[in-house]
Design a protein. Structure first.
Length: 318
């Protein structure tokens, strides 16, 4: 069935979430709609209780949608992420999931400045979570340690470049392949910074839009890149996204302080120039090739992504 607001409402009228197997006709209404870069999130009321309905908006990311749902189920005994109730992949043309609606406000710039300790506390809680809870979750591919994890990022990038060969100009592809080769050499030369470092539960997309400030504590949403990963990459992303937070404050309060941590952070700073370029141009390709679900086609940040891609390409050539 085609994804549409009307069809989602009809589906929700008959779904059983927390009522067990009892068949009842639900009283349903859609309270709010938020269109994002790869998903659409509906705030819905079902029998006077609010839920989030997450709809995949990019055909290419169907697998990530299921990956995130299963990861949320693995984390259900923690307070780090919203509860996951239903994953539906057969009723509609695209998968949807029904999640806990987190009562709170998106993290503001002012809140970040005033509460760096709570941001660090959230990351500490995540990284101190039992790694066995996420032992089957490796976004970039299964890895045994931090160096394997970093190598998998480069393999992931290589796959992206191959998929872009019919989309970009030859000279642009040459730049991407050359930078990937340089990054492999760079990573090998920095192998000592990894020293068989263990992997930790990570989110890998911590920014203000993905933090909901509840009355008790902040909570992370949008776990599509979550899984076991290198804590140094998590911190690099944190520093990049929260430039207003003093880096020294975070490192001082962070729970794990192994000697090569800051060196590995610098490694990821280098590696993510290529990652950012590929991330932006794959989004452009998605819009150009019709991979965006039609009901959400009015939201089109293609121009923004294309500008970002050429900015990153300029950096790669320097």
């Amino acid at each position: 069935m085609k994804i549409s607001t009307r069809n989602i409402l009809e589906y929700l009228k008959n779904v059983s979430i927390e009522q067990g197997s009892q068949k009842i006709k639900n009283d349903v209404s859609i309270l709010e709609t938020n269109v994002g870069e790869a998903n659409v999130l509906f705030k819905v009321s079902i029998n006077n209780k609010n839920y989030s309905v997450k709809v995949n908006a990019l055909k290419k990311l169907r697998g990530y949608h299921r990956y995130e749902f299963k990861l949320l189920k693995a984390l259900e005994s923690t307070s780090l992420a919203p509860a996951a109730y239903i994953y539906e992949s057969n009723y509609f043309d695209e998968p949807i999931s029904i999640l806990e609606f987190v009562v709170g406000d998106p993290c503001s710039q002012e809140w970040v400045i005033q509460n760096p300790d709570k941001i660090v506390g959230l990351i500490n809680e995540l990284h101190q979570t039992d790694p066995s809870m996420l032992k089957y979750y490796h976004f970039f591919g299964e890895a045994t340690d931090a160096f394997d994890f970093a190598l998998n990022i480069l393999s992931y990038e290589g796959k992206q470049i191959r998929e872009l060969e019919d989309f970009l100009k030859d000279n642009e592809i040459d730049v991407l392949w050359r930078r990937l080769s340089e990054d492999r050499t760079f990573l090998e030369n920095c192998k000592g910074a990894f020293k068989m470092q263990s992997l930790y539960p990570t989110h890998l997309s911590v920014h203000r839009k993905n933090i909901i400030v509840t009355k008790d504590k902040p909570m992370l949403i949008d776990w599509q890149r979550g899984g076991l990963g290198d804590n140094a990459l998590e911190l690099y992303i944190l520093f990049r996204k929260f430039g207003l937070i003093n880096k020294e404050i975070i490192l001082n309060d962070y729970c794990y302080k192994d000697d090569p941590l800051e060196e590995r952070i610098l490694v990821y700073e280098r590696l993510f120039h290529l990652f950012d370029a590929l991330w932006s141009i794959t989004r452009v390709k998605a819009y150009d090739s019709g991979e965006v679900i039609s009901m959400f086609s009015d939201y089109n940040p293609r121009k923004k992504y294309l500008t970002l891609f050429y900015e990153k390409m300029k950096e790669l050539k320097e």
